[in-house]
Design a protein around this ligand. Structure first.
Ligand code: RB5
Length: 148
């Protein structure tokens, strides 16, 4: 599975740790920055990750900032992206099973690193259930089409 990851300065250390963890597990990880702890603007990196997902270049995206809120708001502006801000494994599992989320957002100032990794693993290892949820995801996609 190919994954794009990006963060601002607040999420930089988590991004590095999560990237190393996923690489060691055999995932192909595309790092869209930021590349230091210097203060920067989260929309740059959330947009870059979301565009990789939207274009189909990667299977899933991970975006990180202090709260996870700014990156999730940004990623959800990109057509075809369904970004879910998750603070526990239950949310990560349901984001995949019910919402077919293709980007996960986490807040480095909200949850511990080991918890973030467990949440991300749950997200990456859970499939969309389809069925009645398919109809609801299509209704979201119709909103994307209005933007064209
Ligand atoms: C940066 O200070 C902080 O605002 C950012 O990481 C994020 O939490 C925004 O939503």
């Amino acid at each position: 599975m190919k994954i794009a990851i990006g963060s601002d300065h607040a999420g930089f250390e988590y991004k590095e740790a999560i990237k190393n963890h996923l690489t060691s597990k055999g995932y192909e990880v595309l790092d869209k920055g930021t590349f230091s702890k210097e203060s920067t603007d989260y929309p740059i990196y959330a947009k870059a990750v979301a565009e990789e997902v939207s274009s189909g270049n990667v299977d899933k995206g991970i975006v990180i900032c202090g709260t996870g809120i700014g990156v999730s708001i940004t990623a959800n502006k990109v057509p075809g992206v369904r970004a879910a801000l998750c603070t526990n494994e239950f949310m990560a599992r349901l984001a995949r099973q019910h919402n077919d989320a293709n980007v996960i957002a986490v807040g480095a100032r909200v949850i511990g690193l080991e918890h973030a990794i467990a949440i991300i693993e749950t997200f990456l290892n859970t499939s969309f259930e389809g069925g009645r949820h398919e109809r609801r995801v299509h209704l979201i996609e119709e909103i994307d089409n209005l933007k064209c």
